[in-house]
Write a protein that binds this ligand. Structure first.
Ligand code: CP
Ligand code: NVA
Length: 307
C-alpha cells in the first residue's frame, strides 16, 4: 500500500505513470465514458482548512470513478475538539477505502498515514501541495510545454516546495525568486537538490523576479498570505512589494510562455488583473485538471494495493 504525502516518495516513472493514467481517464471522461475504476469505494476527505477546488475535485472525482466522497470538516468531527490524529486515523480508515487530508503540519498528515489502514493523500499541508503540482504538470503538457523552464515568483511556501520536488524528480529547470526572509525551507531545498543531482534538474534561487522569468516558458506564483498566515498579512504585503507578475515581468518570458496559478488568486497583489485575464484559459484549465489529475492519483494508489 502506498500513500501520496510528498512527491519525494515517488520515482520519476511512478509520477509519469500517474500522469499517463490521468490523461487516459480525462479523455474517457470527455467522451462521457466514466469507467468505474473504484466502484463502491469511499473517499474520506478531512479538511482542517478551507477549500473550493480540492473539495469539489476530489468529491466529483471519486463519484465519477464509481465511488463516493465523504466531506469531513474538522469543525464538525471530533478531531476539531481534540481527538488525536492517530485515533481519527484508526477509526476512519476502518470504514473508508482511501483518505484525503488537508491540514497544517506535514507531521500531522504523516501521523494519520502511519495509523491508517488505507492510502492517504495530501490535499495540502503547510509544507506541500503535491496534487496541485501534478495537475500543473498535466496542464503544462496539454499546453505543449515539452522542456519546461519554470519561473516561480513569490513566497517560498507549500507550492514552491512542491515545485522543487516535481522539478527535482522529473529533471527540469526551475528558477525561484523569493524576497529575503521568505525563502523555501532549507531542509526541503537540501533534499530537492540531492534528488536533482540524479535527475539533472537545474534549480536556482534568487531574489530578483526578472532574472527568474527571463527566457522561461512557464511563469507561476501563489498567494503571498497562505492559510494560517493571516496575522502576517500587513508585513507580508510590504515584503512582497515588487514581486507582482505583471505585463512587464511576463514580457521577459518566452513569447508563448504560459502562466499558471493554483488559485485562489489575489488580483493586483501576486498577479495583475491584466495578466490573470490574459492567461485565464491556462489558469482555468489548470483548475479543471485538478479533477483529472487526482483521479489518476487515486486510481494509481488503488492499483498499488493489489500488487
Ligand atoms: N488550489 C487549491 O488547492 O484550491 P482550494 O484551496 O480552493 O482547494
Ligand atoms: N499557499 C496557499 C495555497 C492555496 C491553495 C495556501 O497554503 O494557502
Amino acid at each position: 500500500m502506498r500513500h501520496f504525502l510528498s512527491l519525494k516518495d515517488f520515482t520519476k516513472n511512478e509520477i509519469l505513470e500517474m500522469i499517463t493514467l490521468a490523461q487516459k481517464i480525462k479523455s474517457e471522461a470527455k467522451a462521457k465514458n466514466f469507467v468505474p475504476y473504484m466502484e463502491k469505494q469511499t473517499l474520506g476527505m478531512i479538511f482542517e482548512k478551507s477549500s473550493t477546488r480540492t473539495r469539489v475535485s476530489f468529491e466529483t472525482g471519486i463519484y465519477q470513478l464509481g465511488g463516493i466522497g465523504l466531506f469531513l470538516s474538522s469543525n464538525d468531527i471530533q478531531l476539531g475538539r481534540g481527538e488525536p490524529m492517530k485515533d481519527t486515523a484508526r477509526v476512519i480508515s476502518r470504514m473508508v477505502d482511501m483518505v484525503m487530508i488537508r491540514t497544517f503540519e506535514q507531521s500531522q498528515l504523516e501521523e494519520f498515514a502511519k495509523y491508517s489502514k488505507v492510502p492517504v493523500i495530501n490535499g495540502l499541508t503547510d509544507s506541500f501541495h503535491p496534487v496541485q503540482v501534478m495537475t500543473d504538470y498535466l496542464t503544462m503538457l496539454e499546453f505543449g510545454i515539452q522542456n519546461p523552464i519554470v519561473a516561480y515568483v513569490g513566497d517560498g511556501n507549500n507550492m514552491t516546495h512542491s515545485w522543487l520536488m516535481l522539478a527535482a524528480k522529473l529533471g527540469f529547470e526551475l528558477r525561484i525568486a523569493t524576497p529575503k526572509g521568505y525563502e523555501c525551507d532549507k531542509k526541503i531545498v537540501a533534499e530537492a537538490l540531492q534528488i536533482a543531482k540524479e535527475s539533472g534538474a537545474k534549480i536556482s534561487f534568487g531574489t530578483d523576479p526578472k532574472t527568474a522569468v527571463e527566457g522561461s516558458n512557464v511563469v507561476t506564483t501563489d498567494t503571498w498570505v497562505s492559510m494560517g498566515q493571516e496575522d502576517e498579512k500587513e508585513e507580508r504585503m510590504k515584503a512582497f512589494d515588487g514581486y507582482i507578475v505583471d505585463e512587464y515581468l511576463m514580457s521577459l518570458a518566452q513569447k508563448d510562455a504560459i502562466f499558471l496559478h493554483c488559485l485562489p488568486a489575489y488580483r493586483d497583489y501576486e498577479v495583475s488583473e491584466v495578466i490573470f485575464e490574459k492567461h485565464a484559459d491556462e489558469i482555468f484549465t489548470e483548475a479543471e485538471n485538478r479533477l483529472h489529475a487526482q483521479k489518476g492519483i487515486m486510481v494509481w494508489l488503488d492499483q498499488q494495493r493489489d500488487k
